[in-house]
Design a protein around this ligand. Structure first.
Ligand code: GLC
Ligand code: CA
Length: 515
């Protein structure tokens, strides 16, 4: 008998951005108790795990990705008791809990950085990346920081000691120096702190950045002004990843790490699996950036098969708190529905961003309400829970509401069998009840240009997916013979006989016809 697959291969993970999910005390900011109150929705939907974006104490320059204490909860989100209660409530319902770990940088308010900046002789000086001034006043290298419109340097002079410190993101997010063993040990202990509290895994923020070239060599001129964060493919990162994995492996129960590898080439992403000794999962963003066109999707699916499959288990993601929502990028409800078949049907672990199941598009954020330095407020709009005036929140949530709120709220969609949320629920139920859909092989089919078609199989079980990404109908008669419809993207009560012509942006999940 083969071993059962580890949970993170069969799971569908649901990303919660705590500020925006659910507010238990009416202050307009989502919190941990709010999440506990809304777990029914996740069970109704049928996901298996949650990933929580950071809830740690933070000055919120980057809304929690600037951590000032790795081992506590920011009061705006609750406290450690609330966290423990959330883990308990999830585990009681059979939901796994994955939390965000931000290893590349701290907040400039973290006591480690406060000590490090205080003097060149401080024992923590070397915990961050400091360089002296050059005679000509130029920064130590040509690295460009993230979210800068004018290619601004990833370095800032700190007046206390008149030296540069490195920050690949905001100046309030100084980079840790992972070449210092004290940093490695302290960050490993952070993992243990949360593993001891029962978390099932970590989403590791920009993990590909913790290894940096020892000489901090310039980025090639031809890539500028791309920020260094998309260019840092550095071999010295891989042993660090192995070291982190070994901490997880000290614990039983298949503790999992999924890396955010913000590199733009799938072959590079594959390296971070370190041949089974590194990440169990790695986000591969090229499909997230791919336009709604088989011209872009086919090579992306091939790249996963070519580069990821030989090294580890793929992860699929079409939305998160950093990018326009898939509904906004693809531009129609039909496409959002069809995209659900890609996310949940392609072989690998899907990560579903809260609100995607409602077909939410980004909020329009007027200039006076912009709060994020990276321009990402739109996809972080609060989740509307019902059609009441405050949609289940206090009177004044921290960001404006997303569009079409009377249609795109949880209560309205749960009640409507034809809603996109009910479509996700049907797909998730199908997935959950079938080993072929969870871990089965995948074979791409010869199909019309605008159609992606693939089979999933395990033992005697077989399924077929057909997704039309084109603006015109496509003849799929040769692909549907002997099959019947299990889930249709557009119709709730589709009969068993598949359409032989797929309309634009139409998708079907088929199973072998009975008899
Ligand atoms: C990751 C996070 C993003 C954050 C950045 C810096 O890309 O997803 O939200 O701003 O890292 O921590
Ligand atoms: Ca709150």
């Amino acid at each position: 008998m083969t071993d059962p697959a580890p949970w993170w291969k069969t799971a569908v993970v649901y990303q919660i951005y705590p500020r925006s999910f659910a507010d238990s005390n009416g202050d307009g900011i989502g919190d941990l108790r709010g999440i506990i109150d809304r777990l029914d929705h996740l069970q109704w939907l049928g996901v298996d795990a949650i990933w929580l974006s950071p809830f740690y104490p933070s000055p919120m320059a980057d809304f929690g990705y600037d951590v000032s204490d790795y081992c506590d909860v920011d009061p705006v989100f609750g406290n450690l008791d609330d966290f423990d209660a959330l883990v308990d409530a999830c585990h009681t319902r059979g939901l796994r809990v994955v939390i965000d770990w931000v290893p590349n940088h701290t907040s400039d308010q973290h006591p480690w950085f406060q000590a490090s900046r205080s003097s060149k002789d401080d024992p923590k000086r070397d915990w961050y990346v400091w360089r002296p001034r050059n005679p000509d006043g130029s920064p130590p290298n040509n690295w460009v920081t993230s979210w800068s419109e004018d290619g601004a340097p990833a370095w800032t002079i700190d007046p206390v000691t008149d030296e540069w410190y490195l920050h690949l993101f905001l100046p309030q997010q100084p980079d840790l120096n992972w070449r210092n063993p004290g940093v490695v040990e302290a960050m490993h202990d952070v993992l243990r702190f949360w593993l001891d509290r029962g978390v099932d895994g970590f989403r590791m923020d920009v993990i590909h950045l913790i290894g940096k070239a020892e000489d901090l060599a310039d980025d090639p001129e031809e890539f500028l002004p791309l920020p260094h964060v998309v260019l840092n493919h550095e071999p010295s990162c891989l042993p660090l990843v192995e070291g982190i994995r070994s901490v997880l492996d000290e614990y039983d129960g298949d503790r999992m790490m999924v890396g955010e590898i913000g590199l733009l080439d799938t072959s590079m992403v594959a390296d971070y699996y370190v041949d089974g000794r590194g990440m169990q999962l790695a986000f591969n963003f090229p499909p997230l950036y791919a336009p709604w066109d088989t011209l872009f999707w086919r090579p992306n699916i091939d790249a996963v098969a070519t580069h990821i499959e030989p090294k580890g288990w793929p992860a699929w993601v079409l939305g998160n708190h950093d990018n326009p929502r898939q509904a906004t990028r693809y531009g129609s409800e039909e496409r959002s529905r069809a995209a659900a078949f890609l996310l949940l049907g392609l072989r690998g672990t899907p990560f579903l961003y809260a609100g995607e199941e409602l077909g939410l598009a980004d909020a329009e954020v007027p200039a006076e309400r912009v709060v994020d330095p990276g321009g990402r407020d739109g996809c972080r709009a609060p989740i509307p829970w019902d059609s009441s005036d405050d949609h289940g929140w206090g009177p004044d949530p921290w960001l404006p509401w997303p569009p079409e709120i009377d249609l795109r709220n949880v209560a309205a969609q749960v009640d409507d069998p034809a809603s996109i949320a009910n479509l996700y629920r049907r797909l998730l139920a199908a997935r959950r009840s079938s080993a072929a859909l969870q871990v089965g092989s995948q074979a791409m089919l010869d199909s019309p240009d605008s159609v992606l078609g693939w089979d999933r199989a395990e033992g005697p079980e077989r399924f077929r997916f057909l997704v039309n990404l084109g603006p015109d109908e496509a003849d799929v008669s040769s692909l549907v013979n002997g099959w019947e419809v299990l889930v249709d993207s557009l119709e709730t009560d589709h009969g068993p006989a598949p359409d032989t012509v797929l309309s634009a942006d139409h998708a079907m999940l088929l199973r072998p016809a009975a008899g």
